[in-house]
Ligand binder design. Structure first.
Ligand code: ASP
Length: 325
């Protein structure tokens, strides 16, 4: 009679304190931050910057793992299936909201299979080209694209990525077609644009600013309604070549669904601290963007924003008749 209760008691004693202390000391090991795009691109830049600051607050290393492909859906699929213990998070962007309309067989629910940590930044995009294109203004560039009758090439980070979405909207509004060249992220796409292997790209200022400023690619316009202070020579597409044009790439952090509250709270706090970190603010400023307001850097605000974005882009994508698989 005495054996079983004793074993249970030992088991219970062995288990209970470990479980409590493992939770109360989160994190006890490094946190993996998945970037669903290749290294060296705009999401990678934002993620590494935020991860570095978060690691100081959490007291543990934040290890960035690039897992690009299929417009970010491979990486987000991996996050959805990871253990919900707080040790796996992702930084991804607007493409998380466009995926349901583009991929019929998406193996996860973008809203309900994730814990929403918070929004990070909203990055303007730029219309750029390889350096030896003769166009001088955005209007010249759009005329040149139209004259190529579908042969002009544009680089993008996969179906549904921000660069793909921006080009789709551009083609939809100008009624001029281009031929897409897909990459696992706009980091590698940028390398090919620098080498002149395709013609045009619409990508985030976090990837294009330095190359434009240093004359390695041509920048024509920004895609936001307001000009971008780090690129003062670039007009908005809205004010000139394409009135009404507006697209930008918001970024946010997610974890798999079901992370214990204590770990979520610590991740949210570390993210909010990162968004107030002077180093983060300065670097984002030099790349044409800024952290979001603290009032929206939290789980509830991200969940409701994502839900609205899924609706909004679902309508746009259906109207454009585009599919990802
Ligand atoms: N920002 C890129 C895009 O969606 C992806 C990347 O970060 O490489 O176009």
């Amino acid at each position: 009679m005495g054996y079983l209760p004793h074993a249970l008691l030992v088991g219970a004693l062995a288990f209970a304190p470990v479980a409590v202390s493992a939770q109360s000391t989160f994190p006890t090991k490094s946190v993996t931050l998945i970037v669903p795009a290749a290294a060296g691109g705009p999401t990678d830049t934002v993620a590494r910057l935020i991860g570095e600051s978060m690691s100081r607050t959490l007291g543990q290393t934040v290890v960035v793992e690039n897992y690009g492909g299929a417009g970010g859906t491979l990486g987000m699929g991996r996050v959805a299936k990871a253990a919900p213990d707080g040790y796996t998070v992702a930084v991804w962007h607007i493409a998380h909201a466009t995926a349901p309309a583009l991929y019929d067989k998406l193996p996860y629910d973008v809203v309900n299979d994730f814990d929403h940590i918070g929004r990070i930044t909203d990055v303007p995009m730029t219309l750029v080209s390889k350096n030896d294109l003769t166009a001088k203004t955005a209007k010249d560039l759009l005329d040149w694209i139209a004259a190529q009758k579908g042969k002009a090439t544009y680089g993008h980070a996969g179906v549904g990525s921000a660069s793909h979405l921006c080009a789709l909207i551009l083609m939809n509004e100008t009624k001029a077609q281009m031929t897409g060249v897909g990459y696992r992220g706009t980091g590698p796409a940028m390398n090919d644009l620098l080498g002149g292997q395709f013609d045009v790209m619409c990508d985030q200022t976090t990837n294009t600013t330095n190359h434009i400023k240093e004359g390695r690619i041509k920048g024509y316009a920004v895609t936001t309604k307001a000009k971008v202070s780090s690129l003062p020579d670039l007009p908005t597409l809205d004010s000139g070549a394409l009135p009404g044009f507006e697209v930008s790439a918001w970024h946010a952090m997610w974890a798999p669904k079901g992370v214990p509250k204590e770990a979520t709270d610590k991740l949210v706090n570390a993210l909010q601290v990162a968004l107030k970190d002077a180093k983060v603010i300065d670097r984002l400023d030099s790349l044409g963007t800024a952290p979001v307001d603290q009032s929206i850097a939290n789980p509830a605000a991200l969940k409701s924003y994502l839900t609205a974005e899924v609706q909004r882009w679902g309508t746009v994508i259906k109207a454009a008749g585009v599919k990802g698989n």
